[in-house]
Design a protein around this ligand. Sequence first.
Ligand code: DQA
Length: 145
Amino acid sequence: MGKPIYVLSGPNLNLLGTREPEIYGHQTLEDVRVLCEARARSLGHEVVFRQSNHEGVLVDWIQEAREAACALVINPAAYGHTSIALLDALKMLSIPVVECHLSNPAAREAFRRETYVSLAATGLVSGFGANSYELAVEAAAGLVR
Ligand code: DQA
């Protein structure tokens, strides 16, 4: 088994399942972790699955991924729309980066249409609920091969 795929989630995603379920669905972040691990394993990969509400912690994990991961999936949540620090950290990665969103931010409020993270992402999966994460893991695994 090679290096794992890092799957990082940003602020408020710890409350998935109870947070605006009409937008983000009823599955919890734990459910999402199980889906990601199963999909990754079926493709011969392990997953490191983490969530933080803190921008600096996410920056630390992205930096860690430079050496420790074979690919990175990130749902930056609201930080995607605001954080140049996350963008700068992601730009230092030489592994594939897949941005992922449960909802489709492009179809929501205008302030969600811009994402700094996209500037450093290989690709983007959005709008498929928890399945966005699975698809992003699959895309990441495909880019590693
Ligand atoms: C989100 C979309 C963001 O606009 C929002 O701030 C989130 C979740 C999503 O997964 O759909 O927190 O990243």
